[in-house]
Design a protein. Structure first.
Lengths: 239, 363
């Protein structure tokens, strides 16, 4: 089903999507919020700029975006996938607890904030370019991968990555010298086993965006984990 | 009695947008109005406004005072007061068109004025300082009069309503500006008064602001030591005065001003090459550090500065096309103005985006 969204308000657009069982192809998208919120088992493709909270509470649908997306992509998503050819705004994958988000370009601030995992739920966020400050803030579970394929010379992550991280895992491509991580996490270069663990994900990402997996994997990766010997206790005051 | 701003506290969310032509080319207000439409739901209809630069070239030597009046009594009082200090070369209603969504409008006047040389000589003030003091005096002492714009060759236009309606109400399609800024307001608890909408302005500085600063009282206490009076209890007003104080009175550059109001953390300063300067600014103007979420666009004659708070708790996107730079809370707003906008990016928290009209361009 094709929807020309150029004259539709966000409520109208989302109602049309909810009221069909077909896959949906949206063109002329211009900032409509909450697209595909809570949606299961469908395919949604979007041309234009989807508004904030794209795929919030997503429950199994697959969303592809031809260009950029705005803030809070996949907010609290449960299952499914969001695949973005451009860049995303702030707080991508906010509190996501399942499914996957692939971003070919860059991510803004607070990507993967408070991601969490539970039993079979294991959310994954892969960023092709660079991430802004506070990457993985309060991360509680799941996997965040940043490949640093941006060509603007800026650092793979901004300031204060992993602040409050207490679960999950992060892979940052390169040795990350000069990046200041908080005391509550540990970093080490990925060994062969860890790279083997990352490889299938990298392959899928590269296949989707026409990248060369070998070239990307043929470099060091820094693995960030919460330090179980020095758990995150407090940020501001002792209560 | 209806409570006005200043008598009640107003926290707010919001949408902002701006476009500037580096060639100084004039643009009508239609595009900037359009840009607010995809962000409609960031506002709730309780405030919208625009600032336009370069719109009064035939009066560019004169301060353009835009004033709201409750009634003709307050207008007469204010006009009498103005005549004591200014030559008024033109006084008129600001043209508006009837709009079904814009109601309860006050009297809306504008005056093109020049401070009297004899008064400036007697008071030994430069004309900017004198004009700023008169604006403060009207806003605090003349009941029912409120100056909401006071720069040269520029003007603010604001009202209670959604920004796209406000733009139509003020006939902004009939103005030509090389720089437009816009604001849609989402106050969560407002008495709904026209003066409380954005932009806030003093002289040619205007601010549109999305956010809710938590340092308001600390900032207010500091700035009120220097003759500014924060009458409205809204954080945007204090940001406007901070900009005026730091740049006009203290002579700081835009970059330095950004380093005061969105100062980097001490831990970040330690690793910066310009750490001596940053330390100096943070120590000297500690009371002007603005904390809490904000994205602002500061307009002035000849350019703009966009800035996020240092933690970047609000969104802001920048794009460009040919001679134009676009800034907005959402990329959709930029794409509405220019579908083929290039180099879209989000500046980091505390990283100022400064755009000026090219040197030598007659404004």
């Amino acid at each position: 089903m094709h929807i020309d969204a150029s004259k539709l308000e966000f409520g109208e657009l989302n109602e049309i999507i909810r009221n069909t069982e077909a896959d949906v192809e949206i063109t002329g998208c211009m900032g409509q919020r909450f697209i595909a919120a809570g949606l299961s088992d469908r395919k949604i493709s979007i041309e234009g700029v989807p508004g904030n909270a794209l795929g919030a509470y997503l429950n199994g649908a697959k969303i592809t975006v031809g260009g950029n997306a705005q803030d809070a992509v996949g907010d609290t998503m449960n299952e499914g996938g969001i695949y973005i050819r451009g860049s995303v705004g702030d707080a991508a994958g906010y509190a996501m607890r399942g499914g996957e988000i692939f971003v070919r370009g860059n991510a803004g601030y607070r990507a993967g904030i408070h991601m969490k995992a539970y039993k079979e739920k294991h959310p994954t966020l892969v960023i092709g370019g660079r991430a802004g400050s506070f990457l993985g803030e309060y991360q509680a579970g799941g996997t965040i991968v940043v490949l640093g394929l941006n060509e603007d010379g800026k650092s793979i992550v901004g300031n204060f990555p992993c602040t409050g991280m207490h679960g999950g895992k992060m892979f940052l491509r390169g040795s990350c010298e000069g990046i200041a991580f908080p005391k509550q996490v540990t970093t080490h270069l990925a060994d062969e086993a860890e790279k083997a663990e990352l490889r299938p994900l990298a392959e899928r990402f590269c296949a989707m965006f026409d990248l060369d997996t070998d070239e990307i994997m043929n470099e060091d990766f820094t693995v960030v984990l919460p330090d179980t010997k020095n758990p995150f206790k407090q940020m501001y005051v002792t209560n | 009695m209806k409570l006005k701003e200043g008598q009640i506290r107003i926290p707010s969310g919001c949408a902002i947008s701006a476009v500037i032509s580096r060639e100084g080319k004039r643009m009508t207000g239609e595009k900037i109005i359009e840009s607010m439409k995809p962000m409609h739901d960031r506002s709730n209809g309780l405030g919208g406004g625009f600032a336009a630069y370069g719109i009064y070239p035939e009066y560019k030597e004169f301060y353009a005072l835009h004033i709201f009046y409750d009634d003709n009594t307050s207008r007469h009082t204010c006009e009498q007061f103005l005549k004591d200090g200014f030559e008024i070369v033109r006084a008129e209603n600001i043209p508006t068109r009837k709009h079904k969504n814009i109601t309860d409008e006050p009297l809306i006047w504008r005056y093109f004025v020049a401070p009297l040389a004899s008064v400036l000589a007697r008071m030994q003030l430069d004309e900017k300082e004198y004009t700023a003091r008169i604006v403060m005096k009207i806003n605090t002492e003349i009941d029912g009069a409120y100056v909401f714009s006071s720069g040269k060759n520029m003007g603010a236009f604001k009202a209670v309503g959604y920004p796209e309606d406000v733009g139509e109400f003020y006939r902004l399609d009939e103005y030509g500006a090389y720089l437009w800024t816009a604001h849609g307001r989402y106050p969560t608890n407002t008495p709904g008064w026209w003066g409380g909408a954005h932009p806030f302005g003093l002289l040619d500085y205007t601010i549109v602001h999305n956010g809710e600063i938590s340092s308001y009282d600390a900032n207010r206490r500091f700035i009120e030591m220097f003759g500014y009076k924060c009458t409205l209890q809204t954080d945007t007003e204090v940001i406007t005065y901070i900009a005026d104080y730091l740049m006009r009175k203290q002579g700081l550059t835009l970059e330095e001003t950004a380093s005061v109001i969105a100062a980097p953390f001490w831990s970040t300063i330690e690793n910066r090459e310009d750490k001596e300067l940053l330390k100096y600014l943070r120590c000297t103007y500690g009371g002007l550090l603005i904390t809490g979420p904000f994205s602002i666009i500061l307009g002035f004659n000849g350019g703009l500065m966009a800035l996020n708070d240092r933690l970047k708790l609000r969104s802001m996107v920048v794009g460009e096309k040919d001679d134009k730079i676009f800034i907005a809370s959402e990329e959709a707003a930029i794409r509405t103005m220019e579908p083929d906008a290039e180099n879209i990016y989000s500046p980091a928290g505390g990283e100022p985006v400064i755009v000026r009209v090219k040197e030598g361009v007659e404004l």
